[in-house]
Design a protein around this ligand. Structure first.
Ligand code: G6P
Length: 367
């Protein structure tokens, strides 16, 4: 197995650096002349998609965070209701599923016990089930009406990285396919598809932040807690960043939607609690900036991934890292990369078992 890591010290780092290639594979065979090929979703997919009135997403762990991001996309671009829930709750609850619900299960492995059980529980009550999955022939794929493979390739590191970003690509493509039915114009689709085609290059350029992030990680290695903040689609990105950090560095990390800061977490902020913010240059930036000022006023040390050098500057207690400007729909993909690298480098500094964190399994196949 050591050989398969190639020049990389850990599978996780190898898998992070594979992401430009993974983005390419996630798009392969799904695009022709600037438009998505609907047949890639499976036989009969088009007829199902014509009837969808609402979407229910079910997943666990990192896959759940991908689902949370998709909810923002589906409600804003398709304009139909979308619910997202962790499978372990969904499967045991009396769930109300309106007519013509499309069930989307998200899973790297396709074998997560709760996600599989959730599918079996409601299969007969939904219009169709779509599995977005990385393992062909897995139980989830076999038992769903439709499947879209993420094609990320085998993921060895227990902490999911490339599987997550490839799920986001699959979810964004699925969003566009549904939005065709609710008014997305071919030229609008073509414009977003063009942004997707630029993903491998974008991700490649983000990887060059690796050294700066490794340096930033030094500020976390001795800390016991960290807080991650974001708004909109960047809120689930913050959740995923916090999950990565706790999984592999064992630092207690929590994510909050930045607007909730005053409703509790601000009480915890002091110099020993680093606060990470994902702050692209979008229409929520001003709101987020005032949240960050509240953190600074309490002596919290800020680490901000920003899309605009001018708007948030390095100063005492504020370390910024500027990302290139990206299409708004690609922000969650772009801002995930530096958070993956941050948790990786913190774990390496702490000397933990990066690829095999204690007490965790790659795939939770028993409840
Ligand atoms: C485990 C893994 C996570 C993963 C989750 C869901 O907790 O350690 O990395 O996100 O299961 O797995 P799935 O295969 O369904 O995406």
């Amino acid at each position: 197995a050591a050989a398969e890591k190639g020049a990389f010290k850990h599978f996780m780092l190898k898998e992070i650096f594979e992401q430009p290639e993974v983005m390419k594979r996630a798009l392969e065979g799904r695009i022709s002349q600037g438009h998505l090929l609907e047949q890639a979703w499976g036989v009969g997919a088009s007829a199902y998609f014509d009837q969808v009135k609402q979407v229910q997403i079910v997943a666990c762990g990192t896959s759940y965070h991908a689902g949370m991001i998709a909810r923002y996309w589906i409600e804003s671009i398709v304009g139909i209701p979308c619910n997202v829930e962790v499978a372990s709750e969904f499967r045991y609850r009396d769930v109300v599923l309106p007519q013509n619900t499309l069930l989307i299960t998200l899973s790297q492995s396709g074998e997560t016990a709760d996600t599989l059980a959730a599918l079996r529980e409601v299969k007969q009550r939904v219009l169709a089930s779509l599995a977005i999955c990385n393992v062909p022939g897995s139980s989830l794929v076999r038992e769903s009406d439709l499947a879209l493979m993420t094609n990320a390739g085998p993921e060895i590191g227990v902490a999911s990285t490339k599987a997550f970003t490839s799920q986001l690509v699959a979810l964004l493509m699925t969003t566009l396919i549904l939005a065709r039915r609710t008014g997305l114009k071919p030229e609008q689709e073509a414009q977003i598809v063009e942004a997707l085609i630029g993903l491998p290059t974008l991700i490649q350029s983000l990887l060059s932040l690796n050294d700066s992030i490794a340096k930033m990680a030094e500020a976390f290695a001795e800390k016991h807690h960290a807080l991650f903040l974001g708004r909109g689609t960047l809120y689930p990105v913050a959740m995923e960043g916090a999950l990565k950090l706790k999984e592999i560095s064992y630092i207690h990390a929590e994510a909050y939607p930045a607007g909730e800061l005053k409703h509790g977490p601000l009480a915890l902020v002091d110099k020993d609690m680093p606060v990470v913010a994902v702050a692209p240059n979008n229409d929520m930036l001003d709101k987020l900036k005032s949240n960050l000022q509240e953190v600074r006023a309490r002596g919290g040390e800020l680490f901000v991934f920003t899309g605009c050098e001018q708007s948030i500057r390095d100063e005492e207690g504020v370390t910024t890292l500027t990302l290139p400007a990206v299409h708004p729909l690609l922000e969650p993909l772009a801002y995930t990369l530096p958070l993956q690298l941050l948790s990786y480098h913190v774990a390496v500094l702490k000397g933990t078992d990066v690829d095999q964190p204690r007490n965790l399994a790659k795939s939770v196949t028993v409840e």
